[in-house]
Design a protein around this ligand. Structure first.
Ligand code: SER
Length: 321
């Protein structure tokens, strides 16, 4: 293995993936990139490139000039922001993914990791225990672009032999980046409010159950799939993975087991309509069989860890709460 390029390094997953890759492979083997420059206190020990994945020339020259061998393509616009700005979602998620795959083939890259999402599902998909192969006709632009990414990944794998791998992530709960652009981000926001001693107004209904997982399991899964035996992989980036499912009321109860005074009110908005088109639970069996998916955290272990870490980060001082 030579040099790894990470796109979307400042996003929810990228922020935590880059340090993990640096720890695993060493600082000289990892190049971080994002569309904007980083804050001065992150990624100071590695090369950082300001790169827009929609810029075909820049993506191509970066991969070629720096002899990139592996790409973790984490740049993406999530569902809620994608509905507010569908053109941006299309450009970043569809055009950006095409640019990454096309440049990877031309530059002789070995392996490309691309996350997909529960957003590929839609109203016609069964709601419970959804298998990998099912109806994928999403209602959001985010979903449309991610179905497109799944098809592009398979196309580049079949046509050019490019080793492309990925999972359909459920909602990911994490504390390092503030919640922003996703429908499932209410869960992160709920923890931020609870730790700040505030009540929380939830934009989903209390019974809007969705598949979810904690960030350490999301990263561990990605790395397991990255180093899995390619011969055993039956799918490209369509592996369903989920650690558990919960709705906002269940998460609020879990938080109250640690912070008893925490209160939640409900005021559903356009994000509730997005959640209603997504499954309540996923069947992760194929990921378990093919590459050993095995999440470690349940909702209570995740809750304890989130609250402990947010307390350490002094969430009370965060703006906007
Ligand atoms: N977390 C994503 C979102 O809510 C779903 O994959 O947009």
């Amino acid at each position: 293995m030579g040099t790894i390029l990470v796109t979307g390094s400042l996003g929810q997953i990228g922020t935590e993936l880059v340090p993990l890759l640096v720890k695993k492979f060493g600082p000289s083997r990892v190049i971080a990139s994002d569309v904007k420059p980083p804050d001065s206190d992150v990624f100071h020990d590695i090369e950082y490139i300001t790169m827009d994945v929609t810029d075909r020339e820049m993506v191509a020259s970066t991969m070629k000039d720096r002899s990139i061998t592996d790409v973790f393509h984490m740049a993406g616009i999530l569902s809620a922001l994608g509905e507010r700005n569908p053109e941006l979602a299309f450009m970043v998620n569809s055009v950006g993914t095409f640019n990454v795959l096309n440049s990877a083939v031309k530059a002789g890259v070995n392996r490309v990791m691309i996350p997909s999402t529960i957003g590929v599902f839609g109203k016609d998909t069964p709601r419970d225990n959804v298998p990998v192969v099912t109806v994928t006709r999403p209602a959001t632009m985010y979903g449309v672009t991610k179905v497109n990414a799944e098809l592009l990944a398979s196309y580049f794998r079949n046509k050019f032999g490019l080793d492309v791998r990925g999972v359909r992530y459920p909602g990911i709960v994490s504390y390092k980046t503030p919640p922003s652009a996703g429908t499932t981000d209410y869960a992160v926001d709920m923890y931020y409010h609870a730790v700040a001693g505030k009540s929380y107004e939830c934009y989903l209904k209390e019974d809007a159950a969705l598949p979810m997982m904690y960030m350490p399991d999301a990263l561990d899964s990605l790395m397991k799939l990255y180093s899995a035996d390619g011969e055993k992989l039956r799918y490209t980036i369509e592996y369903n993975i989920s650690a558990f499912s919960f709705d906002p009321a269940t998460l609020a109860s879990a938080i109250r087991r640690v912070i008893p005074e925490f209160r939640v009110t409900y005021r559903p908005d356009y994000r509730q309509s997005i959640a209603e088109t997504w499954p309540r639970s996923l069947d992760s069996t194929d990921a378990k069989i093919d590459w050993g998916f095995s999440p470690a955290y349940d909702i209570d272990a995740m809750t304890e860890d989130m609250i402990e870490n947010l307390k350490e980060m002094h969430v009370r001082n965060q703006p906007g709460l």
